[in-house]
Ligand binder design. Structure first.
Ligand SMILES: Nc1ncnc2c1ncn2[C@@H]1O[C@H](COP(=O)(O)OP(=O)(O)OP(=O)(O)O)[C@@H](O)[C@H]1O
Ligand SMILES: [Mg+2]
Length: 469
């Protein structure tokens, strides 16, 4: 022990003040304070610790009173202050004998300009430190996950993938490209298979959000009762089966783009919630109360006539105006003859690559029938037709015969000469045939819906209707 510090002007100071009314008042105050307090005299003998000191450190009066701080904590702040006579504020340190982390303010005690001791007041910050470490770790994880998500949830196509020589498509491309670099909501309209999804990807990819997630939600393919939780997520215990919290698609799309495919098939109650989310930029998870800020750009698409749905009361007018800020209308293939041959060439190249084939082109006659066909299923139908033909092809040029046999063609009603049949009976029969052809899997049902030119949701509704006892 450094004896030079034991000497004090008045070695009996603490004995004299102890027990006086003033001292008792201060002790009562210190006893009520939540911070740990320790007081030593000029020589380092511990005079007082408050109950909070014991609560925080686990050290009792007997462990400290009568001990000398130069011996028990020789490198602590009280020793430093006794040695220098100057205070130390906001010092973070580990209290080794108690195994905790504290933030301490330590000051000398002067009476009549004579230092008679020192006091330390400290807070336990072990929990705060742990929480800080957890927050740092979580932030790191979030960064990694966000990075991974933006890699997985990417838009695959861009404008270079869109073949469009005809005037109407060049016009659509022009509007889409201009809209892409803004933050505006885009509504893509057009028949099934015209390329709405291709446009949605391309718009995201040239936007300022291209490095952030592109999240697609097919409003027709998700069962109605699950739509809200798919969109907005849910909290643990929100409903039976919600064993864990789930983040919704809107939250996943934060910073990026959400693609609301087949928005015309969205049920009315969800339309109301969607409108609120778009207006407020906040989502609330199902079963939750907290509003979560989301920054998403919306691209919506539909092959239905939204205006007509509004008139029929099936689509909210306010949502229609909220979504229809910039409308990109994609014309059906039959209205853009100039695109048919370039598209067929483009799709043939892609198909060769995909199937590892080397079909060089089409015969003259085949090209003629491609141009004359009216493509009710648009580009998708053409892709399917060419893929099937390439698989069947035995020559380097695709002949007309193979192509024609690959066309799905106008559906054969099989009704010629028959007596009139009730529409719903016919509808049921057509659905049965489509399902037989494409299968009852989800993928099969999607194909069947496309072939029947109805939305997947309508198909499900009709299946339910006809299967009902
Ligand atoms: N202009 C185009 N250039 C190249 N490929 C195209 C073009 N338009 C459509 N396609 C192709 O046609 C197929 C159907 O396109 P897409 O899925 O974008 O149609 P869609 O309008 O979203 O149809 P649906 O309403 O049925 O969902 C895809 O394979 C797509 O790559
Ligand atoms: Mg689509």
């Amino acid at each position: 022990m450094d004896k030079s510090f034991i000497a004090s002007e008045d070695t009996h100071f603490w004995e004299k003040v102890s027990g006086t009314p003033a001292a008792n008042v201060f002790i009562s105050i210190f006893n009520a304070i939540q911070e740990g307090i320790e007081i030593v005299d000029r020589a380092g003998w511990v005079q007082y610790i408050n109950p909070a000191f014991t609560a925080i450190t686990g050290l009792k009066e007997g462990d400290r009173i009568g001990k000398n701080i130069f011996e028990v904590v020789p490198h602590g702040p009280l020793v430093k202050v006794l040695k220098t006579g100057t205070p130390i504020f906001g010092e973070k340190m580990e209290m080794k004998d108690a195994g905790i982390d504290i933030i301490a303010n330590t000051a000398p005690i002067y009476v009549n300009k004579v230092m008679v001791g020192a006091v330390v007041v400290f807070q336990d910050v072990t929990e705060i430190k742990k929480l800080n470490a957890q927050v740092r770790e979580s932030k790191g994880k979030i960064r990694v996950l966000h990075h991974k998500l933006s890699k997985v949830a990417t838009a695959e196509y861009d404008f270079d993938d869109i073949v469009g020589h005809s005037f109407p498509v060049r016009q659509s491309l022009e509007i889409a490209k201009r809209a892409a670099v803004t933050e505006s909501t885009v509504l893509l309209t057009g028949e099934s298979g015209t390329g709405k999804e291709l446009f949605a990807h391309s718009i995201h990819n040239v936007s300022a959000r291209s490095n952030s997630p592109f999240i697609k939600v097919n409003c027709a393919a998700i069962p109605e009762n699950l739509l809200e939780s798919e969109f907005f997520g849910y909290e643990k215990g929100a409903f039976t089966g919600a064993a864990r919290q789930k983040v919704g698609r809107f939250e996943l799309a934060h910073g990026g783009t959400i693609f609301l495919d087949e928005i015309g098939d969205m049920p009315l109650p969800l339309q109301a919630i969607l409108l609120r989310v778009l207006e407020q930029g906040e989502v609330v998870r199902v079963g939750g109360t907290e509003s979560i800020y989301v920054d998403v750009r919306v691209i919506a698409s539909t092959n239905r006539n939204l205006k007509m749905l509004v008139e029929e009361g099936k689509f909210r007018e306010d949502l229609f105006y909220r979504v229809n800020v910039i409308n990109v209308e994609i014309p059906p293939l039959r209205q853009r003859q100039d695109d048919i041959i370039p598209l067929a060439d483009h799709i043939l190249k892609q198909t060769n690559r995909k199937l590892g084939k080397n079909v060089e082109g089409f015969t003259e006659q085949a090209l003629k029938s491609l141009s004359q066909y009216n493509w009710p299923g648009n580009v998708r139908e053409m892709r399917n037709c060419i893929e099937r033909a390439v698989i069947m092809a035995e020559t380097t040029l695709l002949p007309e015969k193979v192509l024609l046999s690959s066309l799905s063609g106008e559906p054969d009603s099989g009704l010629e000469g028959e007596e009139p049949v009730a529409l719903d009976v016919m509808e049921k029969e057509l659905i049965r045939r489509a399902l037989n052809r494409f299968g009852k899997t989800v993928a099969g049902k999607k194909k069947a819906a496309r072939a029947l030119n109805i939305s997947l949701r309508s198909l499900y509704n009709k299946i339910n209707k006809y299967e009902a006892p």
